[in-house]
Unconditional design. Structure first.
Length: 107
C-alpha cells in the first residue's frame, strides 16, 4: 500500500500539531518564569527603601526627633523664664511706681 495524499496530509497535520504543542508549552513556561522574575523585581523595588530606612536612616531620624524634642523643651523653658522676667518687672514697677508718665508743660 502506498501512502495516499490523505495519509500524507494527516501526517503533516500531526507534525504541525506536535510542533505547535511544543511551542505553546515553551511560551507558557517562559511567561510563567518572566512573571515570577517580574514579581521578584517589583518586590525588591518596593522593599529596598524600607530596608534602607531601617538599616541606615532609622538612627539618624530618631536622633533628629530627640533633638527636636529637646529644642521644644528649651523653648518652653525660655518662655517660662521670659514670663517670670515680665512678672518681676511688673512687680518692680508696682512697688516703686516706675512707669508713670510725666508730662512737661511749657508756658
Amino acid at each position: 500500500m502506498e501512502p495516499t495524499n490523505n495519509d500524507q496530509t494527516l501526517q503533516e497535520i500531526l507534525r504541525l500539531t506536535r510542533e505547535n504543542n511544543q511551542m505553546m508549552h515553551h511560551m507558557r513556561r517562559s511567561a510563567f518564569l518572566w512573571g515570577f522574575v517580574r514579581f521578584i523585581i517589583y518586590a525588591a523595588l518596593l522593599s529596598a527603601p524600607i530596608w534602607f530606612y531601617f538599616t541606615y536612616l532609622n538612627t539618624a531620624v530618631q536622633q533628629m526627633l530627640a533633638t527636636i524634642n529637646k529644642i521644644e523643651g528649651t523653648n518652653s523653658q525660655a518662655q517660662n523664664q521670659f514670663q517670670g522676667f515680665e512678672n518681676a518687672i511688673q512687680q518692680f514697677e508696682s512697688r516703686f511706681g516706675g512707669s508713670t508718665p510725666t508730662s512737661t508743660t511749657t508756658q
